[in-house]
Design a protein. Structure first.
Length: 191
């Protein structure tokens, strides 16, 4: 074989190897991004399941408290308005913000409950409060799982050189579900 054919074969082999490597890099990263994105969406749907459970419990809780604490109308209105915002939120960041507001309103409602010993002994209220506490625990677990999935996804799309591909493919950074500012403050109980 003459040297021109050998050189041509070597050049073609190198081109084929580079083409396979490039394809593997692009396809592999794209598939990884899709998989991680689906993990974030799955985790978010689990958060939403628990948020929906809380959303459904709130009217019963508010009605039970209303009967005992008629003068605490402002707190009831805040809970109801916050619940409405949750129902109307469309995007993930809007849902996170609305649910954080609802968490704050529910905290204020629980402070009101402390003022009414008769209410705290009401069986219906106790059952609802237990369900709400269990749901809040489930929400916390699902939020943690969601945030972990977002962290892994965000690291993947921000790592070099994959970040170049993520931008080309249209993958955007995921939003974390962070605690509201009110959660960092101690709840004040007044009698």
């Amino acid at each position: 074989m003459d040297s021109k054919k050998k050189t041509l074969i070597i050049v073609l082999a190198v081109i084929v190897i580079l083409a396979i490597a490039a394809y593997s890099f692009f396809a592999g990263n794209y598939n990884k991004f899709v998989s991680l994105d689906q993990g974030v969406k799955t985790s978010w749907s689990q958060v939403e399941n628990q948020l929906q459970r809380r959303f459904d419990l709130i009217p019963n809780l508010v009605e039970t408290v209303k009967g005992y604490a008629k003068q605490e109308k402002d707190v009831m209105v805040q809970v109801t308005e916050a619940r409405s915002k949750v129902g109307g939120a469309g995007t993930v960041p809007d849902k996170i913000s609305a649910n954080n507001e609802l968490s704050g309103a529910l905290s204020r409602l629980m402070v009101v409950v402390e003022k009414y010993p008769d209410l705290k002994s009401n069986q219906n209220f106790m059952r609802l409060q237990d369900e709400l506490a269990g749901t809040e625990n489930r929400i916390a677990v699902e939020r943690m799982r969601y945030n972990e999935a977002v962290k892994i996804y965000n690291q993947a799309i921000k790592s070099f050189p994959a970040n170049l591909l993520a931008g080309m493919y249209g993958f955007k950074e995921g939003a974390f579900f962070e605690a509201p500012k009110e959660a960092k403050e101690a709840v004040k109980v007044k009698f």
